[in-house]
Write a new protein. Structure first.
Length: 325
């Protein structure tokens, strides 16, 4: 077995590669060639949780489990809110192959999944991006959006204007060709956006359908447990929503669960899984005026596919620290 650090994960999985890896994984998910038990969240004090995400894939043939801590207040300490490890096993004898940092792995595969969805759902001429939120996920989502569209205008919005400004300052060094703006006015920031990504831990909606321009594509990313809400009821009712994995959406996407329970939508109102769209089994955007959305919860297949790719590349390049158990 080898152990792979966060720096090694970063070196072995650049964003464009991550998008390609996750695209293939999502097709496997929708073809039901993966076993994906729902994520388990174990309370560990206050708002903190330990997440457990096991899964198995046929292509590539592997299985594994992610153990990750979700500590929302870590940002104030200069730490990722998601910290943990991913253990990858081989399918032939069940032996462990690799143990790797899971915080960056999670951030990369989540942003890559949004990149996959944006590539097939956003208008081809989309150039104006707004990120709501300024944490680790926002950083990787900026990279992912720039990988799939020619972004020329970028706005980061959040309730703390100082944090938004600090994010913009740091991002400018990595994307010098963009026109940057930061603001605390979330409604104003999305009025002209072609692409929006919500990457917050909000419990109440931060994005309202009435504020969104026609033809926009939205990636709803931050609300990964049923008690969180980033979008309002009107958004759920009126936008065209594709998801990563229907069983997890119907069990863990709080705004969707509530809308169905109250009779505001039915499950069939969801347009389908992104993997089914990629394979041509469900249609995509129908017009330039349609408001499309990708509801991301994250599935173990994304972690598995990314971890397997990282492991294979590490073997080729002689990276990783050998570990004997």
């Amino acid at each position: 077995m080898i152990a792979l650090s966060q720096d090694e994960v970063a070196a072995l999985l650049p964003m464009q590669t991550a998008i390609d890896v996750v695209r293939r994984a999502m097709i496997e998910v929708s073809a039901r060639r993966c076993d994906l038990p729902l994520r388990t969240a174990v309370p560990v004090g206050g708002d903190n949780k330990m997440g457990v995400m096991p899964g198995a894939m046929q292509n590539p043939a592997c299985f594994g489990v992610k153990l990750i801590s979700l500590f929302p207040e870590n940002a104030a300490r200069g730490l990722s809110s998601h910290r943990g490890a991913f253990m990858l096993f081989e399918a032939e004898t069940g032996g462990p192959l690799a143990l790797m940092d899971a915080s960056l792995l999670t951030a990369l595969r989540t942003a890559a999944a949004s990149g996959v969805a944006t590539d097939v759902l956003a208008r081809k001429d989309a150039t104006r991006l707004t990120l709501i939120g300024y944490g680790e996920q926002a950083q990787h989502h900026l990279d992912a959006m720039c990988a799939v569209r020619e972004i020329t205008e970028f706005t980061v919005a959040g309730r703390n204007s100082q944090k938004a400004e600090a994010f913009c300052t740091a991002a400018q060094t990595r994307h010098p060709g963009l026109a940057f703006k930061c603001t605390a006015d979330i409604a104003g920031s999305v009025a002209q956006a072609d692409i929006i990504c919500t990457t917050t831990a909000a419990s109440e909606p931060v994005l309202h359908f009435a504020d969104i321009a026609q033809g926009c594509h939205v990636n709803v990313v931050g609300s990964s447990i049923p008690t969180k809400r980033e979008v309002d009821v009107a958004f759920v009712q009126q936008s065209s929503i594709w998801v990563d994995y229907l069983p997890s959406t119907l069990a863990q996407a709080g705004e969707v669960i509530d809308a169905i329970a109250k009779g505001e939508i039915v499950a069939d109102d969801l347009r389908g899984e992104i993997g089914a769209l990629l394979s041509g089994d469900v249609p995509g955007r129908t017009s330039d005026a349609e408001i499309t959305a990708y509801r991301s919860l994250g599935v173990a297949a994304q972690d598995l596919a990314a971890a397997h790719y990282i492991y294979e590349q590490a073997k080729k390049k002689g990276m990783g620290t050998p570990v004997v158990l």
